[in-house]
Write a protein that binds this ligand. Structure first.
Ligand SMILES: Cc1cc2nc3c(=O)[nH]c(=O)nc-3n(C[C@H](O)[C@H](O)[C@H](O)COP(=O)(O)OP(=O)(O)OC[C@H]3O[C@@H](n4cnc5c(N)ncnc54)[C@H](O)[C@@H]3O)c2cc1C
Length: 383
């Protein structure tokens, strides 16, 4: 077994770490406090090749692979989790289009996401009444001549107000002829398409600098060439994209938890109680030891899932296990970080408070922990 990173992986990690330390970390508190979308940082990420880490070079990507992508995501998330989720969804959208798009779609949209021209990508699957169960979606697309006409709405769409391109799922065949998830198709919708209305930004618990909006489609007409993949074959695209996306969210959780642990170690050495640093108390040492151990376990599960995907091997169960464990462990780690900081962990001046708010959603989006357990159990119980 080889735990050494390749030169490319080391280079991508070093690039992301340098940017995270020098540019993002100093800005993260203000971005969060003022709920400001990190537009300039997103553009810098594109110029560093980090908005399309796993896309081929002929589409403008860094062609560095899934392990490198995970490493980069960990670094960015340890500085600013809001920027990280924007980067994560954009990388995922680029990969979906690269995998399922035709040449024209790939050239236009993958390249535009990679070089920053399209700013960000959005992944529009969830609806008000269809989150864990996206097959329950009610948004429709109807073919009219050379167009598709979309009606309905989407909820919780990351970067929706800024995205140059969105992948949008809609029902294209009735349930009686196409039951369950069979009558769903996937479309490419450009950000400023007439008939697409962007809702107000959600007032969130964490990731406050990321943009999360509802979308409504009111006779939104797109060219028939904007169908991605096969008509009525869209659900498979969503599930495959989410498998890969879960590696990104596991990596985001690791990054946030790593920052929380780093700050906890520093604080434990500095803070004195009963005449000595709190790091001298075994109760604090054991917390730190458990945090590091859980963090490493999360890292190894995530690296395995990334490596399997990179080598075109089955990785769906492993990605769910990585996402489940990393997000739950990261929540425990960030919670303990606040405990180690005592009262100071509860105020905004200290980053531990932000990490706990930011990490909370990692057990919810791109499939809740309950959904990950369903995926894992299903694969164990399959005949
Ligand atoms: C900040 C943020 C950003 C997001 N970004 C995006 C995005 O960019 N694109 C997008 O499409 N979506 C996005 N989402 C939506 C997210 O993926 C959903 O919130 C998530 O999938 C859960 O769906 P829900 O909120 O409808 O919860 P529900 O599905 O209503 O679930 C509620 C609870 O019931 C549990 N539950 C549901 N079904 C089962 C079951 N069968 N067995 C056991 N338990 C079950 C769930 O685990 C959960 O605990 C985002 C959400 C947030 C909060």
């Amino acid at each position: 077994m080889d735990f050494e990173l390749t030169e490319t992986q080391q280079l991508i990690r070093a690039t992301a770490r340098d940017f995270a330390d020098k540019r993002l970390a100093p800005a993260a508190h203000d971005l969060d406090e003022h709920e400001r979308f990190p537009l300039e940082y997103i553009q810098e990420l594109a110029s560093l090749g980090l908005m399309a880490v796993n896309l081929p070079a002929d589409l403008g990507g860094s062609e560095a692979g899934v392990v490198a992508y995970s490493l980069a995501m960990q670094e960015i998330a340890s500085a600013c989790a809001s920027t990280a989720v924007t980067m994560s969804v954009t990388n995922m959208v680029g990969e979906v289009i690269a995998q399922f798009g035709n040449d024209a779609q790939r050239r236009r949209y993958c390249t535009g996401l990679a070089n920053g021209e399209l700013v960000a990508g959005s992944f529009a699957l969830s609806e008000t009444d269809a989150g864990s169960d996206p097959g329950g979606m009610t948004t429709t697309a109807v073919r009219e001549g050379d167009s598709w006409v979309i009606n309905g709405s989407k909820q919780w769409i990351t970067s929706g107000a800024y995205a140059g391109v969105m992948v949008v799922w809609a029902r294209t065949a009735p349930r009686d002829t196409h039951p369950g998830t069979r009558g769903i198709s996937c479309f490419l919708v450009e950000g400023k398409t007439p008939g697409l209305r962007i809702g107000r930004a959600e007032d969130k618990h964490g990731l406050r600098a990321s943009n999360t909006v509802s979308l409504s489609f009111e006779n939104c007409r797109i060219p028939s060439s904007h169908l991605l993949g096969l008509e009525n074959g869209g659900f498979r695209i969503a599930m495959m994209a989410l498998d890969g996306g879960r590696i990104g969210i596991a990596s985001q959780a690791i990054g946030i938890a790593r920052a929380a642990l780093r700050e906890s170690v520093r604080y434990a050495k500095d803070r004195h109680a009963f005449g000595k640093p709190i790091a001298d108390f075994q109760a604090i040492q054991w917390k730190l030891a458990d945090m590091q151990t859980e963090l490493d376990a999360a890292y190894l599960l995530t690296m395995r899932a990334a490596w399997l995907k990179e080598h075109n091997m089955a990785f769906s169960r492993e990605a769910s296990m990585a996402k489940l464990f990393a997000s739950e462990a990261a929540n425990r780690i960030c919670n303990e970080a606040v405990q180690i900081h005592g009262g100071y962990g509860y105020i905004r001046e200290f980053a531990a408070e932000r990490h706990l708010r930011d990490v909370r959603v990692t057990t919810i989006y791109e499939g809740t922990s309950e959904v990950q357990r369903m995926v894992i159990a299903r694969s164990l119980l399959a005949p």
